[in-house]
Design a protein around this ligand. Structure first.
Ligand code: GDP
Length: 359
């Protein structure tokens, strides 16, 4: 039996895969003689919201099939979590398309950072050939959206919109589109996508499901906790000038053991959401805190979690002045006086990247 919305085979086993519907819901609707849509299409139809989908082999193929119908792709990326939301594997799939890179959430950066600086920084890190195609915006503050729409309308009358979860893709589309939604299916694909009309333009944007990643700290938190931890206003930052043998926590899921050979201690800043606790302690106490204070003194996680609930890894870095160590889905460390050696402890899959300073 196929879902009439997207054409996927109806199944009861895996909520993350196409065609899923809870068995009870299926039986109830069958009994009542109502249309049987898969859960995803049901939610699209009734709430105008696409369910996120895992970025697995199947989705990659789906994305390829959608791409066939579009010349222009709008890729929404989060400046707060560039490493977690700009992905090489996606960039490779977009080869040959006219990609507009929408760098969202500008409002989270300190005001001292200019749009021009952000754009320069992004330009060095992505595959855009034309700087015109990099747009720095804030969906929240309605910044940069008008000129984005103008650019798109100049390029095309339809574009595909993609992005990993929580980058603000829905917020952006809600700002620039009307409330008309149509589920569209594409030959060779099983996931319906949502067609939306841009206000005041002969331009349609096709919204795809948010892509779920597995290597951001955010991905390890329950949905309620994600909501609290996602930064809503300018990031909090704190300066550290640690003595020897100190440990600094950025929440409970990221620990920095800092060392240095120089006489003067290094100086660095941490940047993260205001809901993330920064905590400095003696190295001897750090293990105990990690074992007993996750979700309490050290947030995220948001509720009491056990050290054993996670599989941890340790990675060592030597950072110089002007470099940052980004922790995907959480924040970053920015070095102001180096060099410093840091051993980072995070859950196993979490992506750690050394980069040129953004701030
Ligand atoms: P989606 O999963 O990509 O569709 O993301 P949403 O639109 O649901 O947004 C995820 C979170 O980011 C929500 O809490 C939004 O309020 C927030 N958000 C979206 N755009 C912005 C922005 O420009 N600035 C800030 N500070 N937050 C934003």
């Amino acid at each position: 039996m196929k879902c009439p919305g997207c054409g996927a085979n109806i199944q009861f086993e895996d909520p993350k895969k196409p065609g899923y519907i809870p068995r009870e819901a299926f039986e109830k609707r069958l009994e009542e003689g109502k249309e049987i849509l898969c859960q995803r299409c049901f939610r699209i139809k009734h709430y105008g919201k696409l369910e996120p989908i895992e970025y697995d082999w199947d989705f990659r193929n789906q994305l390829k099939s959608y791409l066939g119908g579009f010349e222009v792709v709008l890729w929404v990326i989060d400046i707060f979590d560039f490493e977690g939301t700009y992905r090489e594997d996606i960039a490779n799939l977009l080869e040959g398309k006219d990609v507009v890179y929408v760098i969202n959430k500008l409002d989270l950066l300190p005001r001292a950072v200019t749009v021009k600086e952000v754009k320069e920084w992004v330009k060095k890190r992505i595959k855009a050939k034309d700087p015109e195609r990099i747009r720095i915006v804030s969906a929240e503050k309605n910044y940069g959206l008008k000129s984005l729409v103008k650019l798109l309308a100049r390029l095309t009358d339809k574009a595909l919109v993609i992005g990993v979860t929580n980058v603000g893709k829905s917020s952006l589309l809600n700002r620039i589109c009307t409330h008309e939604n149509t589920i569209s299916s594409f030959p060779g694909t099983t996931l319906g996508i949502l067609r939306r009309k841009v206000k005041g333009e002969n331009l349609y944007l096709y919204d795809t499901p948010g892509i779920m990643t597995k290597d951001r700290i955010l991905d390890l938190l329950d949905p309620e906790c994600q909501k609290t931890i996602l930064p809503k206003e300018e990031l909090s930052r704190k300066t550290f000038k640690p003595e020897r043998n100190r440990t600094i926590f950025m929440g409970g899921l990221c620990r920095f053991d800092v060392d240095y050979e120089t006489e003067r201690s290094p100086i660095f800043l941490l940047f993260s959401s205001r809901e993330v606790t920064f905590h400095e302690t003696r190295r001897e106490r750090a293990d105990e805190l990690m074992k007993n204070r996750l979700g309490d003194l050290l947030k995220p996680p948001c509720s009491k979690a056990r050290y054993e609930d996670f599989t941890w890894k340790k990675e060592k870095f030597v950072l110089n002045e002007g470099e940052e160590l980004a922790v995907a889905g959480l924040g970053w460390m920015s070095v102001r006086r180096g060099p410093l050696t840091v051993e980072v402890t995070v859950p196993e899959n979490v992506k750690l990247v050394v980069r040129e300073a953004l701030v």
